[in-house]
Design a protein around this ligand. Structure first.
Ligand SMILES: Cc1cc2nc3c(=O)[nH]c(=O)nc-3n(C[C@H](O)[C@H](O)[C@H](O)COP(=O)(O)OP(=O)(O)OC[C@H]3O[C@@H](n4cnc5c(N)ncnc54)[C@H](O)[C@@H]3O)c2cc1C
Length: 621
């Protein structure tokens, strides 16, 4: 059995090894290993696991100070007691040894009894420390049988959950409002970044909001266009739809610039928050890795949960037999569309903005195979107008009467525009400034009617694409390289001996066809309802009653400052909601022009509530 006291002696003089062996051997119960080359000491220590290291200072190749430095930088050896055993007796040398982390210092040669006493004492302390760690690990195993690592992170004033536009701009706003606050941003993707919309896209993925309205700060909506002008002089007009990737760059530069100039240095944690609990301190966040973190306040900026992939409900047992990579749950996941055989068919479920992006992205990557799009309405989004003037002023009182009245007003406006040779777009754009007020004026029944009957029309008119991109899709349809089917996925089955799937498509009129595809890509977008969500964090907020969904299940209830309302409708102290999950209350809660305002209001009000706001008014752009 190994001795409890294990000493590693590092000394280049063989005679020293003999003397120490005699002294410790006489004491009994101490196992000794001797290393004469200091360069071998680290490896020997890692293998022997000493409870004490005894070592000389003056040695060829590597002196005792350098060795000390190396132990202290090594995670496994950093806490092992190191006793210097040397003939160097001056005070400077002793001071330097202690400064570098030596535990004790003996001048050659102390009385045998003293040396044994020192070695035993330091060895005992090391063993006791190891036993404490072991006891804590045993207790943790008992408490946490699944083996989650629950290593605590430093606590912070404010935890921002979500590292997309809303989370990053909340961080910037908090940093401006509360220069003394400590801040952590949690993002479940591998790195915080510009978010789904502006991160995983190439140069041809375009914004659907004109450049001059995409500034990250409400105080300066034109800032993005000005940035484009600096980067690409003359290339983009104020009303152009610039590449989303450029907006991603602008956003990161803006965030870096703002935080770089601030005293707040947020900590970015690449981990998903899966559970949130009220705590005496504020909140305890449980991360997917099993770690926990304490925060006084929380900003929830998680975007919308992804809708369940359409094949999940119809795949049955076949799902398990289909290789994972053939079913693309999230086309924005890094590498999701890589490795598709270039001549094979791909089925895309959905025909909205995400589907358009995926189709064009596949073609740019050189995909030659047929693309089959399947969506309930079988329609692409409508094109932006080439150009139209300021939208007509629509009467908000008439719009607020109800969705049927609003629909009538919009149709009337479209006719009036047509009479003056203008396209329909102005009628939709005339509604948008009033959308939130109108939505809030409608009763729950009126909102439900809108969702049931009018939403599909609203969506294709409101979320438009540049005409140039639609022309590409139309050309593909005409050439027979792209099909758009109105229908749904009725089933999927693996293909024996091939990396392919048989996809059964049920047409809107009941006809069924089977398409053999190399991939099926989910482009149905976010879930329409959060009520049955499988998102662990949202589920946990509902279960604990910290959050409640709006009457139609579109999102979470919150007040004007973004304070989350609990199951009783009471504002939750210390919590703010920013982003599309506010759509149940606001309807328009999707695009940068809305989110930048929400981030500012939520951040400033949370900083005030937690008492971390600076006395001076917060800076902004
Ligand atoms: C394809 C596409 C194109 C768009 N184009 C435009 C446009 O041109 N103009 C415009 O204004 N808007 C556009 N939008 C809308 C866009 O969603 C918003 O502008 C904005 O990017 C939303 O940011 P967000 O931070 O609220 O949400 P997201 O970008 O969805 O970010 C939320 C983040 O939270 C993370 N997260 C979620 N749950 C957790 C958790 N439990 N723990 C840790 N992290 C979590 C997610 O991984 C995600 O990164 C587009 C959206 C899409 C999808």
């Amino acid at each position: 059995m190994a001795s409890e006291d294990r000493v590693l002696l590092v000394d280049d003089q063989p005679m020293m090894g003999e003397v120490v062996k005699r002294i410790l051997g006489a004491a009994g119960g101490i196992e000794l290993r001797v290393v004469s080359r200091p360069q071998d000491a680290l490896a020997a220590a890692r293998e022997f696991l000493p409870t004490v290291i005894l070592q000389d200072i003056e040695m060829p190749g590597m002196n005792g100070f350098e060795l000390l430095d190396a132990y202290r930088a090594d995670a496994d050896l950093a806490d092992v007691p190191v006793l210097m055993l040397t003939s160097v007796e001056n005070a400077e040398s002793k001071a330097k040894a202690f400064e570098l982390g030596a535990t004790d210092y003996m001048v050659k040669f102390p009385e045998a009894v003293e040396m044994v006493a020192r070695v035993r004492r330091h060895s005992l302390m090391r063993r006791q420390a190891l036993a404490r760690v072991q006891r804590a690990a045993d207790a943790e195993r008992a408490r946490n049988p699944l083996g989650f690592v629950r290593e605590p992170l430093p606590q912070c004033d404010i935890a921002i959950i979500g590292g997309g536009f809303s989370g990053l701009m909340s961080a910037v706003r908090i940093a401006a409002a509360a220069p003394g606050a400590s801040l952590s941003v949690f993002e479940r993707r591998s790195r915080p970044g510009p978010g789904v919309a502006y991160g995983a896209c190439d140069g041809e993925h375009l914004l659907n909001v004109p450049a001059a309205r995409m500034g990250a700060f409400a105080e300066k909506p034109t800032a993005f266009h000005e940035w484009l002008e600096r980067e690409f002089p003359g290339r983009y007009g104020a009303s152009d739809f610039a590449p989303r990737a450029q907006f991603g760059r602008y956003l990161l530069e803006t965030v870096q610039g703002s935080l770089g100039a601030s005293s707040v240095k947020p900590r970015f944690v690449s981990d998903a928050v899966v559970h949130l609990e009220r705590h005496a301190f504020g909140f305890e966040l449980l991360l997917a890795s099993g770690r926990t973190v304490l925060a006084r306040g929380v900003v929830l900026a998680v975007g919308l949960p992804q809708a369940r992939a359409p094949w999940r409900g119809v795949g049955g047992d076949a799902l398990a037999a289909i290789p994972r990579k053939l079913l693309v749950d999230d086309p924005w996941e890094a590498g999701a569309l890589e490795g598709i055989p270039a001549d094979e068919t791909v089925v895309v479920v959905g025909s909205g903005l995400t589907a358009v992006d995926v189709v064009l992205g596949l073609r740019r990557r050189g995909h030659r195979g047929k693309l089959v799009l399947v969506s309930r309405n079988g329609r692409f989004p409508l094109p932006h107008a080439a150009a139209h003037g300021a939208p007509p002023a629509l009467d908000p009182a008439e719009l607020s009467r109800g969705p049927k009245e609003a629909f009538r007003l919009v149709r009337r406006t479209v006719r009036e525009l047509a009479a003056h040779d203008h396209e329909w777009h102005g009628a939709i754009d005339g509604v948008r400034p009033h959308a939130t007020k109108v939505w809030q004026a409608w009763s729950t029944e009126q909102r439900a009617y809108f969702l049931r009957r009018l939403r599909p029309y609203w969506e294709i008119h409101r979320h438009r694409v540049p005409p140039r991109l639609l022309a590409l899709l139309d050309a593909e349809r005409a050439a027979g390289t792209l099909d758009l089917i109105a229908g749904s996925i009725g089933g999927i089955a693996p293909v024996a001996g091939a990396e392919a799937i048989d996809v059964t498509v049920k047409g809107a009129r009941g006809a069924t066809q089977t398409i053999r595809a190399a991939r099926v890509v989910n482009c149905v977008g976010p879930a329409m309802s959060v009520v049955d969500t499988v998102d662990p964090l949202l589920g946990s907020l509902f279960r604990s009653g910290m959050a409640s969904s709006d009457a139609l299940g579109l999102g979470l209830r919150s007040d004007a400052e973004g304070r989350l309302l609990d199951a009783q409708g009471v504002p939750q102290p210390g919590m703010r909601l920013v982003g599309a999950l506010r759509r149940g209350e606001l309807w328009e809660s999707t695009a940068v022009p809305e989110l930048r305002v929400q981030a500012a209001v939520a951040a400033e009000s949370l900083a005030r509530e937690l008492g971390v706001a600076s006395a001076a008014p917060a800076g902004s752009a």
